[in-house]
Design a protein around this ligand. Structure first.
Ligand code: SME
Length: 153
């Protein structure tokens, strides 16, 4: 599954047509539609010079959590830790922001541009404990490619 997704990501990012947000939206839709246990897929980015994240393109149910302060929830923790955060069971987390009661697990992978953590990809799953290292490696790949797109302007 991930081996077929990687070339698709490369192809869609190589297309000169479309805005950056269009491409990020296509990635969100592609991932949500292809990976059975990806039920919500979205990008958050640092909001200007504020210590908070702002929701970018996403696929799945709308969320109230458009702004997330650094340190809050799984996303806010990744904004300050610079580390992948894999949560097999969201109920077991104290510092967690619930978006939907159906969500059982979450993975957040930071997005670095020139070594600086400027955002993240966030996946929610309605399946308990679905994420493996294959998801981490794949989402790191997605973020590396998105970082290249963002630096091209
Ligand atoms: N659950 C996240 C909030 C964002 S939603 O999953 C879309 C968190 O704890 O940071």
């Amino acid at each position: 599954m991930f081996s077929t997704l990687r070339p698709k990501i490369d192809t869609l990012l190589a297309n000169p047509a479309g805005t950056t947000d269009d491409k990020l939206q296509t990635i969100c839709d592609l991932l949500k539609d292809t990976v059975p246990y990806y039920d919500w897929v979205g990008f958050y980015f640092k909001n200007g010079d504020k210590d908070e994240l702002k929701l970018g393109p996403y696929a799945g149910a709308p969320t109230d959590h458009v702004i997330i302060p650094f340190g809050k929830g799984i996303c806010g923790q990744v904004a300050v830790s610079d580390q992948n955060f894999v949560v097999p069971d969201v109920q077991a987390q104290d510092n967690y922001i619930a978006c939907s009661i159906s969500v059982k697990a979450e993975i957040v992978v930071p997005l670095f541009v020139n070594g600086i953590n400027i955002g993240q990809i966030d996946i929610d799953s309605d399946t308990p404990d679905p994420f493996t290292e294959a998801d981490e490696r794949f989402l790191e790949f997605v973020n590396e490619r998105v970082a290249k797109l963002l630096t091209k302007g």
